[in-house]
Ligand binder design. Structure first.
Ligand code: NAP
Length: 253
């Protein structure tokens, strides 16, 4: 791979796991090169985006935020075009944007199902399709999709979310098979329970119950996930494709 900065696009980069991924990819010596330039997509928080551009960007790395709804096919194509223009290309795509709308199926309405499927799963289709041509042309690409352990084992009250994450795993393996001969790897990282705003909604009893199932006895950090993602984007993972790496303190084994 050429020795320029790698160019990465991260969906949902303003908070939690996505923010840690932006930081990790931009860090010195990540991914077999000195730095990566990163474009990140966010949905609502303009102030968060400006703060990240300021905090992580430097003379060596470009960090640019784009406001777009990841579930919109048109937005994705337009955003990727703009990001490619700003960064000069794209080598890495991290499909991280995700939401929850939890409820038991009896109480879950159609909008809760559709919104979660569109933001979590359709966004992966949208952004992967948008980067495909440039990656195929340059015969290089690294795609990492953020799934969840819930997509592997299910969870009561999260049928919409679990279906979207299981869908990401099937999509990942299919894309890995389609793209392997083009030197594009496609993998998934399945986080366990990670300390972010998504899990901050849990009460103390729920938290204790969760921890009883985590052999390592703690929730994960966004950095735990970001390091696995950066590994899959780096030269050391050149021969790994179609895999789901579970980063969960031993919860699912
Ligand atoms: P988070 O803290 O809630 O952050 C979500 C990010 O996604 C934000 O940057 C948000 O941007 C963005 N986003 C949400 N809807 C979007 C949309 N329609 N278009 C574009 N961006 C959108 O979430 P997180 O906990 O870091 O989770 C990140 C990923 O990891 C998700 O896919 C999640 O399912 C997965 N995951 C998380 C856990 C966990 O324990 N936290 C466990 C397993 C898997 P704005 O702030 O601008 O809205």
């Amino acid at each position: 791979m050429a020795n320029h900065n790698k160019r990465a696009i991260v969906t949902g980069g303003t908070r939690g796991i996505g923010k840690a991924i932006v930081k990790e990819l931009a860090a010195k010596s990540c991914c077999g090169v000195l730095f990566s330039d990163v474009a990140f997509i966010y949905n609502s928080c303009d102030a968060c985006a400006a703060e990240i551009e300021e905090e992580i960007g430097s003379l060596d790395t470009k960090i640019v935020g784009f406001k777009a709804d990841a579930s919109s096919f048109e937005d994705a194509q337009a955003t990727i075009n703009e990001a490619i223009e700003k960064l000069g290309g794209v080598d890495i795509l991290i499909n991280n944007a995700g939401i929850t709308r939890d409820n038991l199926l009896l109480r879950m309405d159609e909008a809760d199902f559709d919104t979660v499927m569109n933001v979590n799963l359709k966004s992966v289709f949208n952004y992967t399709k948008a980067v495909l041509k440039p990656m195929i042309q340059q015969k290089y690409g690294r795609i990492v999709n953020i799934a969840s352990v819930v997509g592997l084992i299910g969870n009561a009250g999260q049928s919409n979310y679990a279906a979207s994450k299981a869908g990401i795993i099937g999509f990942t393996k299919s894309m890995a098979k389609e793209l392997a001969s083009r030197n594009i790897t496609v993998n998934a990282v399945a986080p366990g329970f990670i300390e972010t705003e998504m899990t901050a909604k849990l009460n103390e009893a729920q938290r204790e119950a969760l921890l009883r199932n985590v052999p390592m006895g703690r929730l994960g950090t966004p950095e735990d996930i970001a390091k696995a993602v950066a590994f899959l984007c780096g030269d050391d993972a050149d021969y790994i494709t179609g895999q789901v790496i579970t980063v969960d303190g031993g919860m699912v084994m």
